[in-house]
Design a protein around this ligand. Structure first.
Ligand SMILES: *Cc1c(COP(=O)(O)O)cnc(C)c1O
Length: 386
């Protein structure tokens, strides 16, 4: 039996041809494709600048560095996310803390964030940066978080790894109207793929310059940024800070350019699949994560097992045994053994823990056929009857 995963890339002949063209060209990396991809991504999102990297994790790291995160600083993120949203703070020598979620959307809860900020202000421990995550492809309450950032003096990096093609108010996620930097991932399960890859977009040119420097060894080749200026200098580049090799290659960027042209079609297909799931689950009284069909990019589609009176683990095992590779997103970051050793304890973010114990991510991706989706739905129906 063919397995049906929860998510999967779509790569067609045009993607393959574009990579072959790069292989036959003079530039495998640091050629014309990366800057072209950066321009196109920024344009797609409606932002001014973008910095392409070899992963979203690297993009989160350079964004934190460019915003000045370092030792003695604190970075806050949602408890319900992939570990990378928190690890980027630790890479900078900062500490990390977690905010609980809104149970309807599983996004960071703005009221809980505000409450936590009030307490932190009294204790003199306000965060330097807050990293909200647009969980499953649906924007968090970005405007409210941006207002809080002005009141309490922190910067905002949106982790939009799930949300390329999503809309918030009247703008694409990534327009950076309500944040300093937005980060996207191009890992194969995400909306579009470059194999491995990510990008940081921003409207702030100095943040862009800094992220660019951190991405490539801290090296600049622009004469006005160089610090060594002797009459006899022959430097055509200088290292001005300690950066990394987080560059995207031209091979990856070429794939990204080709994929980006299909982003809207990918999201439209995901919305169609989501709409069919909603119809069926409303009829079956199966509770789901709340997402908006016109706004979310539907990286994930989740049902909630617990309120059904069925055990999450039971449903998970049953669907997997029948070839439907459902998944669980996410174990709250602080429950991982590494974070437990940092002193976090179970019970810290009760809503995120509850979500973890009841959610199931169902198959949703461009190539999921009607027949396959019907199979998933029939299995779930049959599973509930037994
Ligand atoms: C996938 C993902 C990342 C990491 O992306 P990579 O490109 O694999 O580094 C970060 N945050 C979230 C929420 C993700 O889903």
């Amino acid at each position: 039996m063919k397995k049906i995963p929860y998510g999967k890339q779509t790569v067609d002949d045009s993607d393959i041809d574009t990579i072959v063209d790069v292989l036959r060209s003079d530039w495998l990396t640091q050629g014309p494709k990366v800057p072209q991809f950066e321009r196109e991504i920024a344009r797609y999102c409606g932002a001014s600048y973008s910095v392409a990297t070899n992963s979203a994790t690297s993009a989160l790291h350079v964004a934190c560095l460019a915003l000045g995160v370092g030792e003695g600083d604190s970075v806050w993120t949602s408890a319900n996310t992939f570990v990378a949203s928190a690890n980027c703070a630790l890479y900078c020598g900062a500490t990390v803390d977690f905010v609980d979620i809104d149970k309807r959307t599983a996004n960071i809860c703005p009221e809980k964030l505000e409450e936590k900020l009030r307490v932190a202000e009294v204790a003199g421990k306000l965060p330097k940066v807050v990293i909200p995550v647009h969980f499953a492809g649906q924007s968090c309450d970005a405007k409210k978080i941006w207002e809080l950032s002005k009141r309490y003096g922190f910067s905002v990096i949106e982790d939009a790894s799930h949300a390329l093609g999503a809309t918030y108010e009247n703008s694409k996620v990534g327009s950076c109207k309500y944040c300093d930097v937005t980060v996207f991932s191009f890992h194969p399960v995400k909306i579009i793929t470059t194999g491995e890859g990510g990008v940081a977009v921003t409207n702030d040119s100095s943040l862009c310059d800094l992220m660019r420097a951190y991405r490539s060894h801290g090296i600049t080749s622009e004469s006005d940024k160089m610090e060594l200026r002797s009459a006899s200098q022959v430097w055509n580049y200088q290292q001005i800070l300690l950066g990394y090799n987080y560059r995207m290659s031209d091979l990856h960027a070429a794939l990204g350019l080709c994929q980006l042209q299909k982003a809207d079609a990918f999201v439209a297909a995901r919305r169609r699949i989501a709409s069919r799931y909603y119809e069926s689950f409303v009829a079956l009284s199966i509770p789901t994560l709340v997402q908006d069909l016109d706004f979310s990019s539907f990286h994930l589609f989740q049902i909630k097992a617990r309120d059904l009176g069925v055990d999450q683990k039971h449903l998970y095992d049953y669907l997997r045994a029948n070839g439907v590779l459902v998944n669980i997103h996410y174990i709250p970051v602080y429950m991982h053994p590494y974070y437990q050793k940092l002193g976090f304890r179970q019970g810290y973010c009760p809503e995120a823990e509850r979500h973890f114990s009841e959610c199931l991510s169902l198959p949703i991706y461009f190539e999921l056929s009607d027949v396959e989706q019907s199979y998933v739905l029939d299995l779930i129906r049959a599973g509930l009857d037994t």
